[in-house]
Design a protein around this ligand. Structure first.
Ligand SMILES: [Fe+2]
Ligand SMILES: [Fe+2]
Length: 247
């Protein structure tokens, strides 16, 4: 599905000026996010062997993040623009939140999707004659295939069989959809809040203007004491307190 979608949109999106560099920067951000998740796993996994596997995986993702960021910077420089630099992803603590089994299923899904997507991009850049970007995807795909394979094998081992592993992968897929839905909801809520506040601001404008015309702000000296007296004294007396409110 990911590869099919990538192949469908490739002819359009990669031709948009500046899109290639931004897209590669986005990949770098995603790789950096994976690196942070794997760093937690390498630190927290209860077994020494698994910690070593996660550590190696983490180092691969760190390298991928760097490779994508560098290529993105090169493409930006070719267009006479400044590099976008190196991205910093949020740490979602997925190893802790999901538990090792669901985390492995989630990572396996991501590796498979990423590998399929990258294969489509490798093909695209190969056809376009961009050997450098093609070689970048080629090198990364080799690592992603290894990640996809070991996460599945480890998942089967920890789950106690392929059936339970498949159930975990399906559950991780549902959780991922829920996460996308929540993110989309948060994004839309922010946009809606902005629109509502803009509407309130625009609608209240004429009322504020009308109120200021009907009841202009008092200027000059105001006698606070006189305003509390029901009937004015027969003879004017010196005010007890005076306040200057502006000219
Ligand atoms: Fe990667
Ligand atoms: Fe990977």
């Amino acid at each position: 599905m990911a590869a099919l979608l990538a192949r469908l949109v490739n002819p359009v999106v990669w031709r948009i000026p500046g899109h290639g560099a931004r897209k590669l920067f986005g990949f770098s951000l995603a790789e950096h996010g994976s690196m942070l998740d794997l760093a937690s796993a390498a630190h927290l996994a209860p077994d020494e062997g698994r910690r070593a596997l996660y550590l190696r995986h983490m180092l691969d993702e760190a390298r991928h993040a760097k490779m994508f960021a560098l290529r993105s910077g090169e493409l930006r420089l070719d267009q006479g623009k400044q590099s976008l630099g190196f991205p910093v992803a949020d740490n979602e603590d997925l190893f802790v939140r999901l538990g090792e089994l669901r985390f492995l299923a989630f990572v396996h899904r991501g590796e498979k999707r990423g590998r399929q997507q990258f294969e489509a991009y490798r093909e695209w850049f190969g056809q376009r004659g961009d050997r450098k970007t093609r070689a970048l995807f080629d090198a990364i795909i080799r690592d992603e295939v290894r990640h996809e394979t070991y996460t599945y094998e480890l998942l089967v081992q920890l789950a106690g069989g392929r059936e339970r592993a498949s159930a975990e992968i399906r559950a991780a897929g549902l959780w991922e959809k829920w996460r996308i839905w929540r993110r989309l909801g948060r994004f839309l809520a922010e946009k809606l809040y902005f629109l509502v506040m803009l509407l309130v601001y625009l609608v209240s404008g004429p009322f504020v203007l009308l109120a200021s015309r009907l009841r202009p702000a008092a200027k000059g000296w105001v006698d606070h004491q006189a305003s509390h007296v029901a009937e004015p004294p027969a003879a004017p007396a010196a005010p007890a307190s005076l306040e200057w409110t502006g000219a």
